[in-house]
Design a protein around this ligand. Structure first.
Ligand code: SF4
Length: 213
């Protein structure tokens, strides 16, 4: 990243953090994913039940493994070898976890978060339930406003997640959302957080690097 990009991204990150704070979120800007991981792990204590929303950002930061090392009880619905019933049990347990760690699909410079899920587990936990929500987003997810956030979903986040999960949906071959009506559609439950949900404790960490999609 050039020094010019770094300066622009930091300005954008700080502006977004200020807007998030104005909208009731605890929010901070850090320069690197490594610092962000340290901040996230400050909320994880031994014996805490920690849920994960299935985020590629969080996976790339190795937070699940680091939380397990701290003695947390990991609620991972994507753990290998889980049967359907056990997976549902874990998804439900995440809703009452001590800490729920996820990313958003877009964060706006006016301080809002936009997410879309196939099953709705992440957006449910991001609305209400866990004692603490921690959201980490790289600068590639920052957009001007909700219109741009929905555009980001259609152009990048959703097609890339379809590629990641090897879905046979048209966005994979067309490179852009076709608003499909297929049973394999992964874009089903949309959540706009225009302000911090009233009863939730939230920290949003904006990172000065590209993370996830
Ligand atoms: S609605 Fe369908 S085509 Fe559009 S991004 Fe989602 S899965 Fe792909």
């Amino acid at each position: 990243m050039s020094e010019f990009h770094a300066k622009l991204y930091e300005a954008r990150g700080l502006r977004t953090v200020a807007a998030l704070q104005k909208n009731g979120f605890d929010a901070l800007y850090v320069q690197t994913a490594a610092i962000a991981a340290e901040k996230v792990l400050e909320f994880v204590v031994s014996g805490a039940k920690v849920g994960f929303g299935g985020s590629y950002t969080i996976k790339s930061m190795n937070i699940q493994e680091l939380a397990a090392k701290k003695g947390a009880i990991i609620l991972d619905h994507n753990a290998p070898g889980l049967g359907a019933e056990k997976k549902m049990d874990i998804l439900r347990a995440q809703l009452t976890s001590d800490v729920f760690i996820s990313s958003a699909n877009a964060v706006t410079m006016d301080g809002m978060l936009l997410c879309v899920d196939g099953n709705g587990n992440r957006v449910a936990a991001m609305s209400f339930g866990p004692k603490k929500n921690v959201v980490v987003a790289g600068l590639n997810k920052i957009v001007a406003n909700l219109d741009e956030a929905y555009e980001r979903l259609k152009a990048y986040a959703s097609p890339l997640n379809n590629i990641r999960f090897q879905k046979p949906n048209p966005c994979v071959t067309q490179g852009y959302c076709a608003d499909c009506a297929l049973p394999t559609r992964i874009c089903r439950a949309y959540l706009e957080l225009r302000r911090k949900p009233g009863l939730s404790d939230y920290t949003v960490i904006i990172v000065g690097e590209e993370l996830g999609f």
